[in-house]
Design a protein around this ligand. Structure first.
Ligand code: KG4
Ligand code: ZN
Length: 329
């Protein structure tokens, strides 16, 4: 089946074509308009999606070497995300599905992130533990089958990606903050500053990153006058504090449910130091990561998951709604 995927849950406008579980094309346009504001401006993001969607879909069709009429089904992110941006994508996708008289399926963005790992390895088998780390979510899941998700742990406050974004803003870096901090800290000393690592020494599968962000703010405030302040070391230390907590809790989760495989999903999974630390800590567990380009928001994961559902005979009615707070389970 040839499926068009559409993604517009935040500030990436994306379209992709998936056919027989293979990605024929994937186009992502990251909206640069937000970088000067240090975060996503929802109204601007919605307008950008509306402006771009048509041409992004056309690009995806050209790259896949197919015509609009060849599309056999449409998959579109229906949540979670920003209400206005989700609406832009869903309205566009519904219009197209209606015009082409093809089935449509609303996709859970979090589930699509997890399923990006099947693109990395089609042989990936249930059960597995997933560390889902994005701009809005930091969660540990036990995945025993498609549609069978058990939450093992989550964050009390900020998400890991949010900690990167807010930290970058404090350090005067651009948005999104994750790649910026990773780049700045690449050659820094990760032990230069001893930032807090919340809950690391207890067995509860919980995260908290708001104290870490405040610690960075205080550190910068009290050291900004010093000449020998080394931003590379600070970025590396801040990044490692986030990673140590993520990896510590992931190891606890894997031990708790005793599975042989774990996957990492979401934008923060693109972080190379995270991957290195996970591989070292879980050397006896099979660990999978999506391709770097499929960690951050994209439509390939949406098209892939959409094709799975449509092939199972699952689709949405034309009046399905967006849900900005959509949960996985
Ligand atoms: O999955 P995603 O693209 O969007 C959401 O669903 O939220 O994740 C975006 C988040 C941002 O917070 C961004 O700073 C973070 O992922 N991120 C990274 C890296 N690339 C993106 N964090 C750390 N290191 C990276 N290389
Ligand atoms: Zn995402």
């Amino acid at each position: 089946m040839i499926v068009l995927g559409v993604e517009s849950s935040c500030d990436e406008t994306a379209a992709a074509i998936c056919s027989n579980n293979e990605i024929l094309s994937t186009i992502v346009s990251s909206q640069v308009i937000h970088s000067k504001f240090g975060g996503v401006v929802p109204e601007l993001a919605s307008r950008e999606h509306e402006f771009l969607l048509n041409s992004i879909v056309d690009e995806a069709l050209v790259e896949a070497n197919i015509h609009k009429q060849d599309i056999e089904g449409i998959a579109v992110t229906r949540g979670p995300g920003l209400a206005g941006t989700l609406l832009s994508g869903v309205c566009f996708a519904k219009g197209l599905a209606q015009g082409l008289q093809k089935p449509i399926i609303g996709i859970n963005h979090l589930e699509a992130h997890i399923f990006a790992n099947f693109l990395a390895d089609p042989e990936l088998d249930f059960p597995f533990v997933c560390l889902l780390v994005s701009g809005g979510h930091t969660q540990l899941w036990l995945v025993t089958d498609m549609n069978h998700y058990t939450i093992l742990g989550t964050t009390r406050d900020d998400a890991a990606g949010e900690a990167f974004d807010k930290g970058a803003r404090i350090l005067g870096l651009g948005y999104p903050g994750g790649p910026e901090i990773e780049k700045l800290g690449k050659n820094g000393n990760q032990r230069a500053v001893d930032f807090p690592r919340a809950f690391l020494n207890n067995k509860r599968l919980e995260f908290s990153f708001s104290g870490l962000k405040t610690a960075l703010l205080y550190f910068m405030d009290s050291n900004k006058e010093k000449d020998n302040i080394n931003l590379e070391d600070i970025a590396a230390s801040y990044q490692q504090a986030i990673i140590d907590v993520l990896v510590g809790k992931l190891v606890q989760a894997v031990e708790k449910v005793n599975v042989k495989t774990c996957v990492i999903a979401g934008g923060v999974a693109a972080n190379k130091s995270l991957r290195k630390t996970v591989n070292k800590a879980l050397s006896n567990t099979r660990v999978l990561y999506p391709d770097l380009s499929l960690c951050t928001d994209n439509a390939a994961m949406v098209a892939y998951l959409g094709e799975l559902y449509l092939n199972m005979g699952v689709s949405s009615s034309m009046d399905f709604d967006i849900n900005p707070n959509l949960k996985l389970a």
